[in-house]
Design a binder for this molecule. Structure first.
Ligand SMILES: Cc1cc2nc3c(=O)[nH]c(=O)nc-3n(C[C@H](O)[C@H](O)[C@H](O)COP(=O)(O)O)c2cc1C
Length: 197
């Protein structure tokens, strides 16, 4: 049987979602998938990025990771998205990429994939759930099969118990968090392997 193909697609300004995505990618690979770890291109003006030392440093730290392309989205049969929460929704950088996908979407090339998502926010109740719901609405428009974690692993109870997808406060990623992310990624691979193609 062919290996499931998972695209782990993330945007990160300060590193949290980079670490979430890396953890998901490693877990998906260990679970037997072919994995493409891909970052969303920065769209903020360079003077804004360079005006913040932490932002500049994080962008430099991700230079080895390829930017996500339409080919990655068509190639994959499973998506793991990770984005910071911005005013209760995904970062505009991620939305900007999503909004380029009209072509593949209209040709049915984003349909029939499994999909799941993770996020971080500054505050405990800063909009994590609405960010995940927002992404899931888009995944539904693509014709995806949603694979949220629900309460299918005990680590979820130690990480805030978000049944929609892993979420954390910005900058926080401990062992329980890594276990939750790994479980979510393994579950994605499990259902990607069951797709009828
Ligand atoms: C423009 C902007 C809007 C934000 N909106 C929210 C928000 O609605 N709720 C919240 O808790 N944190 C908010 N934050 C904080 C981000 O969620 C936080 O920086 C992010 O989770 C860090 O992820 P990263 O380390 O991957 O960049 C916002 C940050 C920025 C810059």
């Amino acid at each position: 049987m062919a290996k499931p193909k998972i695209a782990v697609v993330f945007y990160s300004t300060y590193g949290t979602n980079h670490r979430i995505a890396k953890t998901a990618a490693e877990a998906a690979e260990a679970a037997g998938a072919q994995v493409r770890l891909r970052r969303i291109a920065e769209t903020a003006p360079s003077e804004v990025v360079n005006g913040q030392e932490n932002w500049k440093r994080q962008l430099a730290a991700m230079q080895d990771i390829p930017e996500v392309s339409h080919d990655d989205m068509i190639w994959a049969n499973g998506y793991f998205f990770s984005t910071p929460t911005r005013y209760g929704v995904p970062a505009s950088q991620m939305r900007a990429f999503i909004d380029t996908l009209g072509g593949p979407w209209s040709e049915g090339k984003l349909a029939d994939k499994v999909a799941t998502a993770a996020t971080s926010a500054q505050n405990v109740h800063g909009g994590q759930e609405t960010t995940l719901w927002s992404l899931y609405v888009t995944f539904m428009h693509w014709g995806a099969i949603l694979v949220p974690p629900g309460y299918t692993h005990e680590a979820l109870y130690e990480t805030g118990g978000n049944p929609y997808g892993f979420s954390t406060e910005a900058g926080k990623l401990d062992d329980a968090g890594r276990k939750s992310i790994a479980h979510q990624a393994e579950r994605l691979v499990k259902y990607a392997a069951r797709l009828p193609y």
